[in-house]
Design a binder for this molecule. Structure first.
Ligand code: CA
Length: 233
Protein backbone atom coordinates (compact mmCIF):
# COMPACT_ATOMS: atom_id res chain seq x y z
CA UNK A 1 0.00 0.00 0.00
CA UNK A 2 1.16 3.49 -0.78
CA UNK A 3 2.65 5.23 2.24
CA UNK A 4 2.12 8.90 2.92
CA UNK A 5 4.94 11.10 4.18
CA UNK A 6 4.20 14.50 5.65
CA UNK A 7 7.00 17.06 5.35
CA UNK A 8 6.76 20.02 7.71
CA UNK A 9 9.49 22.39 6.59
CA UNK A 10 9.59 26.07 5.70
CA UNK A 11 12.54 25.93 3.31
CA UNK A 12 10.90 25.46 -0.04
CA UNK A 13 14.02 24.07 -1.74
CA UNK A 14 14.35 21.34 0.91
CA UNK A 15 10.65 20.49 0.56
CA UNK A 16 11.12 20.22 -3.21
CA UNK A 17 14.13 17.96 -3.10
CA UNK A 18 12.60 15.74 -0.40
CA UNK A 19 9.34 15.52 -2.32
CA UNK A 20 11.11 14.63 -5.53
CA UNK A 21 13.18 11.88 -3.93
CA UNK A 22 10.38 10.43 -1.81
CA UNK A 23 7.98 10.32 -4.75
CA UNK A 24 10.59 8.57 -6.80
CA UNK A 25 10.68 5.90 -4.06
CA UNK A 26 6.93 5.47 -4.42
CA UNK A 27 5.72 7.50 -1.47
CA UNK A 28 2.81 9.88 -1.52
CA UNK A 29 4.04 13.23 -0.21
CA UNK A 30 2.18 16.02 1.53
CA UNK A 31 3.90 19.14 2.76
CA UNK A 32 3.25 22.03 5.09
CA UNK A 33 5.33 25.20 5.35
CA UNK A 34 4.71 26.10 8.98
CA UNK A 35 3.96 24.40 12.28
CA UNK A 36 0.27 25.12 12.44
CA UNK A 37 -0.34 23.97 8.88
CA UNK A 38 1.71 20.88 9.73
CA UNK A 39 -0.55 19.93 12.61
CA UNK A 40 -3.61 20.44 10.43
CA UNK A 41 -2.10 18.34 7.66
CA UNK A 42 -1.23 15.61 10.13
CA UNK A 43 -4.80 15.48 11.37
CA UNK A 44 -6.33 15.41 7.89
CA UNK A 45 -3.82 13.18 6.10
CA UNK A 46 -2.97 10.63 8.81
CA UNK A 47 0.54 10.11 7.35
CA UNK A 48 2.71 7.05 7.89
CA UNK A 49 5.69 9.19 8.82
CA UNK A 50 6.50 12.84 9.49
CA UNK A 51 9.67 14.69 8.55
CA UNK A 52 9.66 17.63 10.88
CA UNK A 53 11.93 20.64 10.70
CA UNK A 54 12.90 22.18 14.02
CA UNK A 55 12.95 25.86 13.15
CA UNK A 56 9.54 26.68 11.76
CA UNK A 57 7.36 29.77 11.59
CA UNK A 58 4.30 30.05 13.86
CA UNK A 59 5.07 26.98 15.98
CA UNK A 60 8.50 25.33 16.28
CA UNK A 61 9.25 21.67 15.68
CA UNK A 62 9.33 20.84 19.40
CA UNK A 63 5.80 22.14 19.87
CA UNK A 64 4.56 20.43 16.73
CA UNK A 65 6.10 17.14 17.86
CA UNK A 66 4.50 17.35 21.29
CA UNK A 67 1.20 18.23 19.73
CA UNK A 68 1.24 15.30 17.31
CA UNK A 69 2.28 12.90 20.09
CA UNK A 70 -0.78 13.73 22.14
CA UNK A 71 -2.96 11.96 19.64
CA UNK A 72 -0.74 9.79 17.48
CA UNK A 73 2.22 7.41 17.37
CA UNK A 74 3.20 8.31 13.79
CA UNK A 75 6.99 7.98 13.45
CA UNK A 76 8.60 11.42 13.51
CA UNK A 77 12.06 12.20 12.19
CA UNK A 78 13.21 15.65 13.26
CA UNK A 79 15.38 17.68 10.91
CA UNK A 80 17.76 20.15 12.44
CA UNK A 81 20.50 22.42 11.20
CA UNK A 82 21.96 22.69 14.68
CA UNK A 83 24.11 19.91 16.02
CA UNK A 84 23.64 21.21 19.58
CA UNK A 85 19.90 20.56 19.36
CA UNK A 86 20.40 16.83 18.96
CA UNK A 87 20.52 15.99 22.68
CA UNK A 88 17.43 18.07 23.19
CA UNK A 89 15.57 16.29 20.42
CA UNK A 90 16.44 12.88 21.77
CA UNK A 91 16.36 13.78 25.42
CA UNK A 92 13.13 15.64 25.85
CA UNK A 93 10.04 13.59 26.22
CA UNK A 94 8.81 14.77 22.86
CA UNK A 95 8.44 11.37 21.38
CA UNK A 96 10.52 12.02 18.28
CA UNK A 97 11.76 8.74 16.89
CA UNK A 98 14.87 10.03 15.24
CA UNK A 99 16.71 13.07 13.98
CA UNK A 100 18.90 14.06 11.06
CA UNK A 101 21.19 17.06 10.94
CA UNK A 102 21.29 19.25 7.86
CA UNK A 103 22.84 18.91 5.41
CA UNK A 104 21.84 15.25 5.28
CA UNK A 105 22.55 12.58 2.74
CA UNK A 106 19.42 11.82 0.74
CA UNK A 107 20.32 8.14 0.65
CA UNK A 108 20.57 8.01 4.42
CA UNK A 109 17.34 9.92 4.85
CA UNK A 110 15.47 7.53 2.57
CA UNK A 111 16.90 4.57 4.47
CA UNK A 112 15.75 6.04 7.77
CA UNK A 113 12.29 6.79 6.43
CA UNK A 114 11.99 3.20 5.29
CA UNK A 115 13.34 1.83 8.58
CA UNK A 116 11.00 3.89 10.72
CA UNK A 117 7.95 2.90 8.71
CA UNK A 118 8.97 -0.75 8.85
CA UNK A 119 9.68 -0.51 12.56
CA UNK A 120 6.23 0.91 13.14
CA UNK A 121 4.64 -1.94 11.23
CA UNK A 122 6.57 -4.49 13.28
CA UNK A 123 5.45 -2.74 16.46
CA UNK A 124 1.81 -2.77 15.40
CA UNK A 125 1.70 -6.46 14.53
CA UNK A 126 1.43 -8.27 17.85
CA UNK A 127 4.21 -10.81 17.98
CA UNK A 128 4.31 -13.52 20.58
CA UNK A 129 7.44 -12.82 22.59
CA UNK A 130 9.75 -15.76 23.12
CA UNK A 131 10.43 -14.69 26.67
CA UNK A 132 8.17 -14.40 29.69
CA UNK A 133 5.60 -11.67 29.23
CA UNK A 134 6.53 -10.09 32.51
CA UNK A 135 10.20 -9.89 33.38
CA UNK A 136 11.45 -9.15 36.86
CA UNK A 137 14.98 -8.16 37.80
CA UNK A 138 15.88 -6.93 41.28
CA UNK A 139 12.88 -4.65 41.71
CA UNK A 140 12.62 -3.77 38.02
CA UNK A 141 9.56 -5.06 36.19
CA UNK A 142 9.21 -5.00 32.42
CA UNK A 143 5.70 -5.87 31.34
CA UNK A 144 5.46 -6.85 27.69
CA UNK A 145 1.68 -7.04 27.78
CA UNK A 146 1.14 -3.45 28.81
CA UNK A 147 4.50 -2.22 27.46
CA UNK A 148 5.25 -0.67 30.82
CA UNK A 149 8.16 -0.49 33.19
CA UNK A 150 8.06 -0.19 36.96
CA UNK A 151 10.73 0.09 39.60
CA UNK A 152 10.05 -1.06 43.17
CA UNK A 153 6.36 -1.11 42.36
CA UNK A 154 6.33 2.42 41.00
CA UNK A 155 5.42 3.09 37.39
CA UNK A 156 8.28 4.55 35.33
CA UNK A 157 7.34 6.68 32.35
CA UNK A 158 9.35 5.59 29.32
CA UNK A 159 9.12 6.56 25.69
CA UNK A 160 8.31 4.03 23.03
CA UNK A 161 11.96 3.71 22.01
CA UNK A 162 13.21 3.46 25.56
CA UNK A 163 10.80 0.61 26.14
CA UNK A 164 11.91 -1.16 22.98
CA UNK A 165 15.55 -0.81 24.01
CA UNK A 166 15.11 -2.19 27.52
CA UNK A 167 12.83 -4.93 26.25
CA UNK A 168 15.46 -6.01 23.75
CA UNK A 169 18.38 -5.86 26.19
CA UNK A 170 16.49 -7.61 29.01
CA UNK A 171 15.22 -10.31 26.64
CA UNK A 172 18.84 -10.99 25.75
CA UNK A 173 20.29 -10.46 29.20
CA UNK A 174 24.05 -10.65 29.73
CA UNK A 175 24.74 -10.43 26.00
CA UNK A 176 26.79 -7.43 24.96
CA UNK A 177 25.50 -5.46 21.98
CA UNK A 178 27.41 -2.80 20.10
CA UNK A 179 25.70 0.46 19.24
CA UNK A 180 25.56 -0.67 15.63
CA UNK A 181 23.76 -3.85 16.62
CA UNK A 182 21.34 -1.94 18.81
CA UNK A 183 20.61 0.52 16.01
CA UNK A 184 19.81 -2.43 13.83
CA UNK A 185 17.77 -4.40 16.35
CA UNK A 186 15.92 -1.63 18.14
CA UNK A 187 15.83 1.12 15.53
CA UNK A 188 15.74 -1.24 12.53
CA UNK A 189 18.54 0.58 10.77
CA UNK A 190 20.80 -0.88 8.20
CA UNK A 191 24.35 -1.20 9.43
CA UNK A 192 25.76 1.50 7.18
CA UNK A 193 23.26 4.05 8.45
CA UNK A 194 23.74 3.71 12.14
CA UNK A 195 25.33 7.16 12.34
CA UNK A 196 27.56 8.09 15.25
CA UNK A 197 25.71 5.96 17.79
CA UNK A 198 24.70 8.97 19.77
CA UNK A 199 21.03 8.04 19.53
CA UNK A 200 21.83 4.83 21.39
CA UNK A 201 23.97 6.57 24.02
CA UNK A 202 21.36 9.21 24.73
CA UNK A 203 18.56 6.66 24.97
CA UNK A 204 20.63 4.51 27.35
CA UNK A 205 21.45 7.54 29.47
CA UNK A 206 17.80 8.54 29.71
CA UNK A 207 16.76 5.03 30.65
CA UNK A 208 19.42 4.84 33.34
CA UNK A 209 18.22 8.11 34.82
CA UNK A 210 14.77 6.58 35.06
CA UNK A 211 15.48 3.09 36.34
CA UNK A 212 18.86 3.04 38.04
CA UNK A 213 19.30 3.87 41.72
CA UNK A 214 22.64 5.42 40.81
CA UNK A 215 22.77 6.18 37.07
CA UNK A 216 26.55 6.74 37.31
CA UNK A 217 27.00 3.15 38.48
CA UNK A 218 24.23 1.32 36.70
CA UNK A 219 23.05 -2.01 37.97
CA UNK A 220 20.78 -2.97 35.07
CA UNK A 221 22.08 -1.48 31.85
CA UNK A 222 25.82 -1.81 31.97
CA UNK A 223 28.57 -0.61 29.69
CA UNK A 224 31.20 -2.98 28.41
CA UNK A 225 33.94 -0.53 27.58
CA UNK A 226 34.84 -0.56 23.92
CA UNK A 227 32.13 -3.11 23.12
CA UNK A 228 28.70 -1.77 23.92
CA UNK A 229 25.88 -2.30 26.37
CA UNK A 230 24.29 -5.24 28.12
CA UNK A 231 21.54 -5.91 30.58
CA UNK A 232 22.74 -7.63 33.74
CA UNK A 233 20.38 -10.45 34.64
CA1 CA B 1 13.36 25.87 9.03
Amino acid sequence: MEKTILIIEDEKNIVDILTFNLMREGYRVVSALDGEAGIEAHASENPDLVLLDLMLPKMDGFEVCKHIRRTSATPIIMLTAREEEVDKILGLELGADDYMTKPFSMRELLARVKANIRRREIDIVPVEPKVEKVMNFRGLTIDLNTKSVSKDGKFVEVTHREFELIRFLASNANQVFSREELMKQVWAYEFEFYGDGRTVDVTVRRLREKIETNPAEPDYIRTRRGSGYYFKA
